[in-house]
Structures are given as structure tokens and as C-alpha cells.
Design a protein around this ligand. Structure first.
Ligand SMILES: Cc1ncc(COP(=O)(O)O)c(C=O)c1O
Length: 495
């Protein structure tokens, strides 16, 4: 008997989308059916779109009105006139999929607020009373007997074994916290954001990756030159070219990847809409949530299948650690594990502990950065030497409406385009005193860069223009200094 599926606030439609995509994959391989998971116009209790599984244009209906069960699917297929006799164990296969999904859903069945999760999620009970998880600076773990070792090696018992495998209590504890922050069933921690992306692309992008909008320079390089060298097709679309997405999905691309808001133009991409299109073709969706952070945006709840982070930025928050994270369903993350293990992409336990330390203050840091960035954006939009301010929190910003529908706060990143030429922008940047000229973001100290000299330095002028990046753009990462001091610094620099 299948168990009833729990759908709770941390797993609204993203969880259902994932389950339906898994059902659809099975139907496709066992019956040769088209894979189609679409969002209909219906809204659930969370106000979110309601996914449906379409078979030959007919939406299969959940008998409980909430979520499809294997019986619903078999009944729907029979009433659509499909002959199931060639696959007598179809119901059993779908039940196995549902059970695997349920294991993941149940592991995160808590409704605590984000600040509480930042502090308490994943912390282990320490025999000496430490209020947080200690650092296990060991590479290996000993066992009382060969039988005990084999229990862990052969997967009968969860346990620590070898740190490069990720089997270390400091890492387990951090991963539970990371998963809880994104409302995910599971999370893997990595030695950098690029390491997380690389393993994701190797595990789930081999049929082709579509990258939408602008992305971090390293991601662009990996996608545009390194993956194609391995024979993996990659495709690129501007955020304004979404109509072209179906062409690449029809060509077989299996993973859609994008940042939102993007770097450096802060373009806001519609996570619900892109996820719906991708799922219609059975493709998976990964959102780089580095700029927004889990405080401001929850891509899994909006329909994405994966969230990736450069934890070097807001999650780490102090410009003192390099790390990455990938969140998603247990089932989808399972195939990423081996890539991370054999590419040796684990952070050291010391780094993991520092990251867990930082996560405890994530909400207070990011809320303050949101408020200061909004004040700086407002002041800069009134400044006579500033031509444009790109910030999702400004009501006249083109992405503001979508940002309001999918973000709880607008983040600590903004870009200003000064009037004049490249030299005028360089002159202003070099006069800044509180903002440090440095190519990173998300830390407690405010940083400044010009995309044309850093992240987008290697791009041809026509390509920069096509992406809306000008020579006079200055990107600001707002730290935790007083808003008035940051505004005064910008005003004196602009002159
Ligand atoms: C949005 C975004 N994603 C991913 C990365 C890569 O992260 P890392 O430097 O931790 O490898 C960066 C780095 O700047 C980034 O800004």
C-alpha cells in the first residue's frame, strides 16, 4: 500500500514537480510516452501553480485533489485507452519512485522559520555540551569490527568513514542546515561554487545545458568551452529570448541553468515560468541563488529542481572562505555524489565549520544588506552624475514586478551606470574610500568592481553591448557599514 504523501510548506509545488518529472521519466522509458509535466492555472493553498502530468494531451487527475498517486496514473492511462499489458509491473515501478521521493520529503518535515533553521538545523548533540557542532578534523574514522565497517561501506547504516567522501559529522551537520535553508530534501557542500556547478553539469547536464541570461564568468567559460570539449552540447539565450528555449529542449537538452538576479545587470528571470517550460519537456532546472541568498528567494518552492550557491558569497558572508553548495531532492542529488567524491571536491572540515558559523547570522546580515542597498539605490537614482541604477527593489526597474512575485527581499547587489565615459567611471571607483576594489560579493565589507575590468573583461564589445553591459557600469556589493556612510562615500567619489 502506498503511504499518503505529505505536502507541507517547505515542499510545495517544487516537490510535486520533481515527483511528477520522475513519474514522467518512467512512463517515457517503459511506455515510450512523451514526457510532459506542466503547470496549469490552478493555485494551491500556497498560491503556487499546480503541476499536472499530461499524457497525450490529457491531464491526469489526483484522486485526493492534491497529488498524483501510482493508482491515479494507472487509472488515467487506462481511461486514455493505453494498453498497459506490456508493462505488468508499472504500478510497482511508480510506487518505488513514490517511496524514494517520500523518504526525502519526510526528512525535512519541520515548519520552523528561516532564522531558527539557520541556528538550529543540523546541529548535533555533543557529548560535552557544545552548543554547536564541533570540528572533526579527521580524514578517517575507526570501527570496532569489520562487520561495523561493512555496514557503513555497504550502506546499511549511515555513518562517518572518510572525509573526502563527505562522510564526516561536521559536513553532515552543515549539509542538513544548508538543505533546511533552501527547503530542500538534501544538500551537498563543495569546495567552491564552481565545484558544485561542475558536478551538477556532469551528473545532470550530459544531454545538453541551456544557460539563460548572463552568468558568472567562470560558469560561462566552463559552459562555452570546457563542456563542449567533452562533447557536451551547451546553448545560450538572453533573458529576452525565452521563446527560443523550446528549440533547445526539443533538441534534447536535459538541464536549464540560470542566475537570478543576474550579474551585473540584476536582470530578474521568472523562475516559475522557466521551470514550467523546462518541465514540459522533461528537462531539469537549476537556479544559481548566490545573488539573492535563501533569505530573499526560494527557487525550489517556485518550481526549480536544484539550487546552486557560491557559498563564498552571502552564505560565507565574511570574505574568508571559499565553498559551494547544491540543494535538491535526495533522488536527484544521489547521482551527483560520486562526481563530487571522485573529483575530490570536498571542503575541509574547518571550512565547513566556518560556513556553519556564518549561516547562523545569515538572516540578520542579508536583511540589513537589503535595507542598505535599497537606500543606496534610492540615493544614487537621484544623483545628477548617475545615468541609471539597476536594482530590483526600485519600482521603475524593468524586473521589479517579477522580483516582487518571487523574492522576499531585493538583495545587497546593485549596479550604477555613471554619466560620461569609461574614464569617468574609473575615476569615481578609484576615489571610493569605504568600498574596496575587489572582485567578489556578499561579505560584511562593501566592495566595488567594474564589469568591464573584471567579470566581463574578456568579452568583445559587441557581445557586452548585446548583454546590456556598458563601459561606465559600476557594480556595488553592499556590506554591513552604515547606509549614510556608504552614500556619503559614493557622493564624494562621484564629485
Ligand atoms: C553568481 C556566482 N555563481 C558562482 C560563482 C562561482 O563561485 P566560486 O568562486 O565560489 O567558485 C560566482 C563567483 O563569483 C558567482 O558570482
Amino acid at each position: 500500500m502506498p503511504q499518503p504523501i505529505k505536502v507541507h510548506s517547505q515542499h510545495p509545488p517544487g516537490g510535486r514537480c520533481t515527483l511528477y518529472a520522475l513519474y514522467a521519466k518512467e512512463l517515457s522509458s517503459s511506455l515510450g510516452l512523451d514526457r510532459r509535466v506542466v503547470h496549469t492555472d490552478r493555485r494551491d493553498a500556497h498560491g503556487e501553480g499546480f503541476p499536472a502530468l499530461l499524457v497525450k494531451g490529457v491531464a491526469l487527475q489526483p484522486s485526493d485533489g492534491v497529488i498524483l498517486s501510482p493508482e491515479d496514473i494507472c487509472a488515467g492511462l487506462a481511461s486514455a485507452g493505453l494498453d498497459l499489458s506490456a508493462v505488468p509491473d508499472l504500478a510497482a515501478r511508480l510506487e518505488a519512485i513514490q517511496e524514494r521521493f517520500l523518504e526525502g520529503v519526510e526528512c525535512n518535515d519541520k515548519n520552523e522559520g528561516l532564522s531558527t533553521r539557520c541556528i538550529h538545523a543540523g546541529e548535533i548533540k555533543d557529548a560535552h555540551g557544545s552548543p554547536h557542532t564541533p570540528i572533526y578534523t579527521t580524514t578517517t574514522f575507526k570501527f570496532d569490527s569489520t562487520a561495523d565497517l561493512l555496514d557503513v561501506v555497504e550502506g546499511r547504516k549511515a555513518g562517518s568513514l572518510y572525509t573526502r567522501y563527505g562522510l564526516n559529522p561536521t559536513l553532515f551537520s552543515l549539509e542538513e542546515k544548508l538543505a533546511a535553508l533552501e527547503g530542500a530534501e538534501a544538500a551537498w557542500v563543495f569546495s567552491s561554487g564552481m565545484a558544485a556547478e561542475a558536478s551538477l553539469f556532469f551528473a545532470h547536464g550530459r544531454k545538453g545545458v541551456v544557460c539563460i541570461g548572463d552568468a558568472y564568468g567562470g560558469t560561462m567559460e566552463f559552459l562555452s568551452s570546457q563542456l563542449p570539449e567533452l562533447g557536451i552540447p551547451t546553448y545560450f539565450l538572453l533573458g529576452s529570448e525565452l521563446d527560443g528555449l523550446k528549440t533547445y529542449l526539443e533538441a534534447g537538452a536535459g538541464l536549464v541553468f540560470f542566475e537570478t538576479p543576474t550579474n551585473p545587470t540584476l536582470e530578474v528571470l521568472d523562475i516559475r515560468k522557466i521551470s514550467a517550460i523546462a518541465h514540459e519537456y522533461g528537462a531539469l532546472v537549476a537556479v544559481d541563488n548566490t545573488f539573492a541568498s535563501p533569505v530573499n528567494q526560494s527557487p525550489l518552492a517556485l518550481g526549480a529542481d536544484f539550487v546552486v550557491h557560491s557559498a563564498t558569497k552571502y552564505l560565507g558572508g565574511h570574505s574568508d572562505i571559499t565553498a559551494g553548495a547544491l540543494m535538491g531532492s535526495k533522488h536527484l542529488l544521489a547521482s551527483v555524489w560520486g562526481w563530487r567524491k571522485n573529483l575530490g571536491q570536498m571542503p575541509a572540515p574547518e571550512t565547513a565549520s566556518l560556513l556553519a558559523r556564518s549561516l547562523r547570522t545569515l538572516v540578520v546580515r542579508v536583511e540589513r544588506q537589503n535595507a542598505t542597498a535599497q537606500a543606496v539605490a534610492k540615493a544614487m537614482s537621484r544623483h545628477p552624475k548617475v545615468a541609471r541604477v539597476l536594482y530590483p527593489g526600485l519600482p521603475d526597474f524593468p524586473g521589479h514586478v517579477v522580483a516582487r512575485s518571487q523574492m522576499q527581499g531585493f538583495g545587497g547587489m546593485l549596479t550604477i551606470a555613471v554619466k560620461g565615459a569609461y574614464e569617468d567611471a574609473v575615476w569615481a571607483v578609484d576615489k571610493l574610500k569605504l568600498f574596496a576594489i575587489a572582485p567578489s560579493l556578499g561579505g560584511v565589507e562593501s566592495l566595488v568592481t567594474m564589469p568591464v575590468t573584471t567579470t566581463h573583461h574578456g568579452l568583445a564589445t559587441e557581445e557586452r553591448v548585446r548583454r546590456g553591459i556598458s563601459d561606465t557600469m559600476i557594480r556595488l556589493s553592499i556590506g554591513l557599514e552604515d547606509a549614510a556612510d556608504l552614500i556619503a562615500d559614493l557622493e564624494q567619489a562621484l564629485g
